[in-house]
Ligand binder design. Structure first.
Ligand SMILES: Nc1nc2c(ncn2[C@@H]2O[C@@H]3COP(=O)(O)O[C@H]4[C@@H](O)[C@H](n5cnc6c(=O)[nH]c(N)nc65)O[C@@H]4COP(=O)(O)O[C@H]3[C@H]2O)c(=O)[nH]1
Length: 538
């Protein structure tokens, strides 16, 4: 997943990313479609089951009702011509029940179609015994040839010596059942045995096994069992989605095409969303907190004594994958989203907390913080450094400000004065680059100036390197403390020292790179062991 997100973010192998996302979306949509299809299929089984159960229950009621009515109407001696005439009259009714018989104890003595049977035909033990004395006995699935109904099959229901033939078609499953749906109707007798009534033989057992406790995994078929309230009838149903799809080829094809198109569109939306959600900007905004901000401390050396007397606090940010992000990536975001003051406050509080814990109580240090140019017009800025006041004189605080396009000298002056009242010294940062203005250098009540690192980092014979001495002289004339940053070599350190006392402090990779707090504490401890006369590493 991480690889996929990275590929999306970096726009690498866009065809592959699109393919993977399309496949993912297709999978999701297909699952959804199958879920709804499953609901529909299960609903179809249930509705066909309820239909069948309803029809059979109604048929039973109709048969029992007809037999009760017939018994009440039979007034003559059984199997006499008058008796058979009474049976026949009843049989003519248009209710689908046309063959009535006199069959005491299951032995048929006469019927509407055949007349008298001599000897009588014994039906044997009924398949379904009567539940009570007033109940019906039933013989299921009989070939009715023996009672004179050639080519017919069905059941015989006997109630108090009068019986009726229920033709097979009447208890059949509806003929309009689609071929992807198989049903079996079962009838339960009073002893709890189940009897096949119609449909596909064996389905009941198969559904019971597949839905029971020892069921195996999903085999692509959906199964359901529907029973009536009394538990006399159950319908087992199996729906085969693949047969359904095959029988509806055009609709299935159309559904697949629609799914493909929708998945493709969804993949594009997903890609855009992942890009937006996982973009550095959004990640940074979501996870920016005091915990994810890291302070790095770059030692600042007093050039005259060779001692490290201060540090600049530089912000880093820990990304969600643990990697460390440098300020050039996130400082513009902090500015764009108006988080500058809160960010500076978080850095100041974290750094002061770490420094006060990691350094010995007798350590004395200048601690320099970068201030966003935009906050120079925010009256709340001095308040950001309030937590440092209790730590004086251990730490003396410096706010480094950069002249920018929005730099308004009179606002900056008021802010600088407010900062000084809050015991914060103010230095102009990156002097000599960007918007640096000599008039500001002369007129603003600043304590120091940090010369842009481009001067110290310039190659020895370059114009910038030659300008270094002049820039120092210019600042020196203004009477400000001069800090030169970007000192990367012993040679550059020596050349600065050779300029005399103009440069007060230096900072750069030659002295040390920015360090995590623990390493900075170790660095400071080793500094305190070093004899003061030994110039630092030069
Ligand atoms: N090549 C080279 N580089 C050196 C040398 N010595 C110091 N540097 C780098 O120069 C930058 C000095 O900070 P900056 O001028 O205030 O410039 C800072 C500052 O403008 C801004 N920044 C960093 N932390 C904060 C912060 O907490 N708040 C604000 N507002 N800005 C910050 O990000 C800028 C870059 O910071 P970093 O990447 O940490 O880069 C740091 C430091 O690592 C050297 O000898 N050689």
């Amino acid at each position: 997943m991480v690889k996929l997100v990275n590929a999306v973010m970096l726009e690498r192998r866009s065809w592959l990313v699109r393919l993977v996302l399309s496949a993912l979306s297709f999978g999701v949509f297909l699952s959804l479609a199958l879920f709804f299809a499953r609901q529909e299929l299960v609903r179809s089984i249930e509705s066909a089951g309820h239909d069948a159960v309803g029809r059979l229950t109604a048929l039973d009621a109709k048969v029992d009702g007809a037999l009760d009515e017939l018994r009440a109407q039979l007034t003559t001696t059984p199997c006499t011509p008058e008796f058979r005439a009474q049976l026949r009259r009843f049989a003519y009714r248009p209710d689908g029940l046309n063959e009535f018989m006199f069959a005491p104890k299951g032995a048929i003595e006469c019927s509407v179609s055949t007349g008298r049977f001599d000897p009588s035909i014994d039906l044997g033990t009924p398949d379904i015994l009567p539940s009570d004395a007033a109940g019906s006995a039933v013989w299921l699935q009989l070939d009715l040839k023996s009672i004179g109904l050639d080519g017919l099959s069905g059941s015989i229901v006997l109630r108090d010596a009068v019986a009726v033939v229920v033709p097979k078609e009447q208890s059949e499953i509806a003929t309009e059942t689609p071929d992807w749906l198989s049903l079996e109707i079962m009838r339960r007798d009073s002893r709890g045995n189940w009897w096949h009534r119609s449909g596909d033989r064996g389905l009941y057992g198969a559904v019971l096994a597949a839905t029971g406790p020892n069921r195996s995994g999903f085999d692509g078929l959906f199964r359901r069992m529907v029973c009536d309230a009394s538990g006399s009838y159950c319908v087992a149903g199996i729906a085969d989605p693949w047969r359904l799809a095959a029988s509806q080829k055009a609709a299935t094809l159309l559904a697949v095409v629609v799914l493909l198109v929708v998945s493709h569109l969804a993949a594009d939306v997903l890609r855009a969303w992942v890009k937006r959600y996982c973009s550095f900007e959004n990640r940074f905004r979501r996870h920016l907190s005091a915990d994810s901000i890291i302070c790095s401390y770059q030692p600042v050396m007093d050039l005259r004594t060779g001692r490290v007397t201060g540090c600049e606090v530089l912000a880093r940010w820990r990304d969600v994958d643990g990697s460390i992000v440098f300020p050039d990536r996130f400082i513009p975001l902090v500015e764009r989203h108006g988080l500058t003051l809160a960010f500076t406050r978080a850095i100041v509080e974290k750094a002061m907390n770490e420094l006060s814990q990691a350094l010995p109580d007798d350590a004395r240090l200048h601690v320099a913080f970068n201030v966003f140019p935009v906050d120079l017009s925010d009256k709340r800025l001095p308040d950001v450094f309030r937590c440092c006041q209790s730590m004086s004189p251990r730490f003396s605080i410096i706010a480094e400000i950069v002249e920018s396009a929005a730099f308004v000298a009179c606002e900056a002056r008021a802010q600088i004065e407010a900062l000084r009242r809050a015991d914060v010294q103010v230095y102009l940062d990156d002097f000599g680059a960007g918007y640096s203005n000599i008039q500001n250098l002369a007129s603003l009540p600043i304590e120091g100036v940090k010369l842009d690192r481009a001067f110290a980092m310039a190659p020895d014979d370059s114009l910038m390197a030659r300008m270094l001495a002049h820039a120092i002289e210019l600042i020196h004339v203004s009477g400000r403390v001069i800090v030169v940053e970007g000192v990367e070599t012993a040679g550059r350190l020596a050349s600065l020292r050779a300029l005399g006392s103009a440069v007060e402090r230096v900072q750069g990779y030659h002295i040390s790179r920015p360090l995590p707090i623990d390493d900075f504490a170790v660095f400071m401890a080793s500094e305190s062991q070093r004899p003061a006369s030994l110039p630092h590493a030069a």
